[in-house]
Design a protein around this ligand. Structure first.
Ligand code: ACO
Length: 328
């Protein structure tokens, strides 16, 4: 009988643009205050990519750093997945652009569009391919240039988002690795956050631009309620099959949408707040890249030790959600 292949993260890398946009800077752009943003969201500043810097550029830099961390060359990669809602263009896929830029072989490369749940969806897909023995090494990259689809005149959304990228190299490990993954979606709630134009429903026209339909539209209050519910449920669904309780999880790496959402999730899960990794103050909501960058930084800061069981947990536009348990 074939032995089970344990699939783990064997390399990590992140890329954050240099430019920092603070809440004070935003005070000069829209009718808002540092105090409102901080108390309502936990965000103090976010990174903004250069005008000539696209999602594939950030994704490529993160991928190179992850490959370096894994001690692998690009030729060793058998599969490339990019999670993004801000691809360089509708097609070709950003993953194909990254494949070329890092000098990978002509391996399968595709994007997934599940907003903030993208990194977790990507890890779950790669886990299936490696776990089944189809591929040996996969690159899962989460990269977003949300500043390109943010309405900088809309104070209810522009204070929330930022740009960044992170990548993980997945491969076989001796033990542990990804222990369980739980994914979900509910298309009925798709209206709560969306980019209305630029696709086949509303192609770009002068009117669509004048109506500002190429920017994120969001119902924040409704999303807030769903976020708390589905993140807590996803955590439960991912841990229950393993017989794990909240206290068995060393650290939760959540999607960083709002500090108040994360405090509410911690309460619902019966977890102390210090078990929830936070970096929302520095980067805001980077959609798919948020949980990925958080994982990279948590490892770098020594918050995750060998043998720890960690939980990644996210929700996003779609709506989509997902949670994954990894033994480090
Ligand atoms: N500065 C000052 N005042 C503001 C701002 C701002 N930037 N934005 C909104 N306000 C005002 C509103 O106009 C409103 O004023 P009013 O009472 O006079 O009408 C008041 O503040 C309260 O607005 P609410 O929307 O009720 O504020 P709330 O406390 O719900 O916070 C927020 C808003 C931060 C957006 C919150 O609802 C939230 O975080 N929701 C979840 C959003 C989310 O997770 N989005 C990401 C989805 S994931 C993805 O796929 C990208």
């Amino acid at each position: 009988m074939c032995e089970k292949i344990h699939v783990g993260i064997i390399g990590l890398g992140a890329y954050l643009p240099d430019r920092v946009l603070t809440n004070k800077d935003l005070e000069k752009m829209v009718d808002t205050t540092d105090e409102w943003i901080t108390t309502r969201t936990g965000i103090k500043e976010r990174r903004i990519a250069r005008a000539d810097e696209a999602t594939s550029d950030m994704a490529t830099e993160a991928a190179k750093r992850a490959l370096n961390d894994a001690g692998l060359k690009a030729e060793a990669i058998d599969l490339i997945i990019v999670a993004t809602i801000t691809p360089d263009m509708l097609f070709p896929a950003t993953a194909c652009l990254v494949q070329d830029k890092i000098g990978a072989r002509t391996v399968p490369a595709f994007d997934i569009s599940v907003a903030c749940s993208g990194f977790i969806y990507g890890l779950a897909i790669a886990n299936q391919f490696i776990g089944s023995g189809t591929y040996r090494h996969a690159l899962v990259i989460a990269a977003e240039k949300l500043s390109a689809i943010t309405d900088w005149n809309d104070r209810s959304t522009c204070v929330l988002f930022g740009d960044g990228a992170a990548a993980a190299v997945l491969g076989p490990v001796e033990k542990g690795g990804i222990l369980s993954a739980y994914l979900g979606a509910n298309g009925k709630q798709g209206e709560l956050i969306k980019l209305p134009a630029g696709g086949s429903r509303i192609p770009a026209t002068k009117k669509s631009v004048d109506d500002r339909l190429h920017f994120i539209k969001m119902n924040g209050v409704e999303l807030f309620k769903h976020a708390v519910k589905v993140m807590a449920e996803a955590a439960l669904e991912a841990t229950r099959p393993l017989g794990l309780k909240a206290e068995d999880i060393s650290l939760v790496i959540p999607h960083q949408a709002n500090l108040r959402i994360l405090n509410a999730v911690a309460k619902k899960m019966g977890l102390s707040k210090d078990k929830i990794y936070l970096n929302i103050d520095k980067y805001g909501n980077m959609s798919a890249a948020s949980s990925a960058v958080a994982l990279v930084e948590a490892v770098k800061e020594g918050r995750i030790k060998k043998g720890d069981k960690i939980l990644l947990d996210a929700f996003g536009g779609g709506l989509t959600w997902g949670a994954i348990v990894i033994e480090w």
